[in-house]
Design a protein around this ligand. Structure first.
Ligand SMILES: [Zn+2]
Ligand SMILES: [Zn+2]
Length: 255
């Protein structure tokens, strides 16, 4: 399995993109602004998008992606998400006001976009890869995903703060090779982290003690301008036995 970081920031700016992770060439985990860097022929290969939650930084490019692909694709792009997330996208984005409802275009029988509900614990199988939805703890209904093959397991937390659900599920896996987990704020913003239900390094360090695996760890969703501070705080809080990676758009990991 290949994991390509299209976007891993909490904001935008030069060379900075919001959350999106391309698995091989056909599965997206979240559809933040990083998707916009792909050339058209790579966008056309995207068949499945697994969304963690309804926040803009994770869904921003779905409307523009399906519009861009509209005249070229033969099969619909399938967006997998919680029922609540799909309802939010339908009500607030694909509502014919902010954007057309592409689940009815060019017609209802063969649309360019389809939504498929998942529940936490559901596993979607696709060509030797399985994608499992896992409950987390964010300000809106939100999930993490784990992608498994015969050879490796990759987990992506989406947005979350302190929880037991994610770590319990990961501990049931026989292995965990690579994990992207958020730390949206630095420690001085711990009150904001509690309010917005994100991690900061000290909160994440506490939760990492619940994990029985020692995966390569990528820290995501860093607040623009505070990347170095947050990474330094993570290194100090986690201890030296973690293989900690600062992620950048364009990074590729082979698992
Ligand atoms: Zn969020
Ligand atoms: Zn976010």
């Amino acid at each position: 399995m290949q994991v390509r970081i299209l976007g891993c920031s909490g904001g935008i700016g030069q060379n900075v993109r919001t959350s999106s992770y391309l698995i091989d060439d056909d599965i997206l985990l979240d559809a933040g602004t990083g998707v916009g860097d792909l050339p058209l022929h790579e966008m056309l290969k995207i068949r499945h998008i697994f969304i963690t939650h309804s926040h803009m930084d994770h869904v921003a490019t779905i409307p523009l992606l399906v519009d861009t692909l509209f005249s070229d694709i033969k099969q619909p792009v399938i967006v997998h998400a919680l029922k609540e997330t799909i309802a939010a996208l339908k009500t607030h984005i694909f509502n014919w006001i902010v954007w057309p409802d592409f689940t009815e275009l060019p017609n209802k029988e063969a649309p360019v976009l389809k939504f498929e509900e998942m529940k936490t614990g559901d596993v979607f199988e696709l060509d030797g890869r399985s994608v499992e939805m896992i409950e987390v703890n964010h300000i809106v209904p939100a999930v993490a995903y784990a992608v498994k093959t015969d050879r490796a397991v990759f987990a992506y937390s989406g947005d979350t703060t302190t929880n037991d659900t994610l770590w319990q599920v990961l501990n049931r896996f026989p292995r965990l090779d690579f994990m992207v987990v958020e730390s949206g704020f630095a420690n001085h913003d711990i009150e904001l982290a509690h309010l917005a239900r994100h991690y900061c390094p000290s909160l994440l360090a506490e939760d990492l003690t619940k994990l029985r695996h020692k995966p390569k760890l990528g820290i995501s969703h860093l607040k623009p301008g505070e990347e170095k501070l947050i990474m330094d705080e993570c290194r100090a809080a986690f201890g030296h036995d973690w293989d900690l990676q600062q992620l950048s758009s364009g990074d590729v990991f082979q698992l």
